[in-house]
Design a protein around this ligand. Structure first.
Ligand code: URA
Length: 286
């Protein structure tokens, strides 16, 4: 019976993984995966129906629902991290006590005019998400859509970022998303040195308040600002680095979603990077 349970679990995990891959690549725009996904979903449903009662009482979808034929409510698959709340004994060692909140950082930022970007912006884009998350994503700076809405990563690149987050079994609401600069650089140009210098202290403070276990930096400007390096993303991506300011926080540099939209052949590498992030979070939570 125990062996049978194990086989069942194994099959369930394999199916979930296959489905996860199929969904990820389809959502990133790779053609020809709809059929695989359509075939996998009912098979997974059948495996669930014949499953022995589980100790946790949870279904493979993790929320007690059965998969539907369009696969939309199958996230997150069971092998993915559910991001339990931080416990103080966890791997990130105690950093100096942070006596402020994100609201206070935001208040301090105010109607910021510390660099020239203030004169062309519509809204400050401070960042959003779960202040207690274990995972932060950091981009370069707001684009046109973000400038208008005041929210990070809501344009085309943002939609791809959302799908990337979902591909590792999470939602935007479960992570925190911010940028190196909080005002839009005109014509989406790369933020200049003085602009980064004026804005980055606020991002450092956000990180110190949130104290995630992992930060994913998206593209060159974010990677270089967070790691305080001049090395490029092509060399750094795919390997965890230490966040220099707080011991125990790991940084995974990966490609910016806007770059992935222009160079879809790089999506595979970004997916490899994100899987490492997912696996590390799983490992730290177990
Ligand atoms: N690109 C970024 O780097 N940040 C955003 O918020 C949107 C696009």
């Amino acid at each position: 019976m125990a062996e049978c349970d194990n086989d069942q679990d194994e099959l369930r995990d394999l199916l979930a993984q296959a489905l996860e891959y199929a969904r990820y690549y389809r959502e990133l725009g790779v053609n020809g995966l709809e059929q695989a996904e359509k075939r996998l979903v009912p098979v997974m449903g059948r495996v669930e129906q014949t499953e022995m009662p589980r100790k946790s009482g949870k279904s493979a979808t993790g929320d007690g629902t059965s998969p539907t034929t369009d696969g939309r409510d199958i996230a997150p698959p069971p092998s993915l991290p559910l991001l339990p709340r931080k416990v103080e004994s966890d791997a990130v060692p105690a950093a100096p006590a942070v006596l402020e909140t994100l609201e206070e950082v935001r208040r301090d930022l105010g109607d910021c005019r510390r660099c020239k970007l203030w004169s062309t912006r519509t809204n400050i884009v401070f960042g959003e998400g779960d202040p207690q998350t274990q995972l932060m994503f950091i981009g370069e700076g707001p684009g046109a859509d973000e400038d208008l809405s005041g929210r990070p990563f809501v344009g085309r690149a943002g939609q791809l970022l959302t799908r990337m987050i979902e591909a590792i079994g999470l939602t935007r609401e479960q992570v925190y998303i911010a940028n190196v600069v909080k005002s839009r650089p005109p014509d989406n140009r790369t933020p200049e040195r003085d602009e980064v210098a004026a804005c980055i202290p606020f991002l450092f403070r956000q990180i110190a308040v949130i104290r995630p276990k992992v930060i994913v930096t998206l593209g060159n400007p974010a990677t270089q600002a967070i790691l305080e390096t001049t090395a490029g993303i092509t060399r750094l991506r795919g390997n965890f680095q230490d966040y220099p300011r707080i011991p125990g926080i790991r940084v995974m540099p990966t490609f910016h979603p806007a770059y992935l939209l222009r160079s879809p052949d790089k999506k595979r590498e970004a997916w490899e990077d994100l899987k490492m992030v997912r696996d590390l979070l799983n490992q730290l939570s177990s």
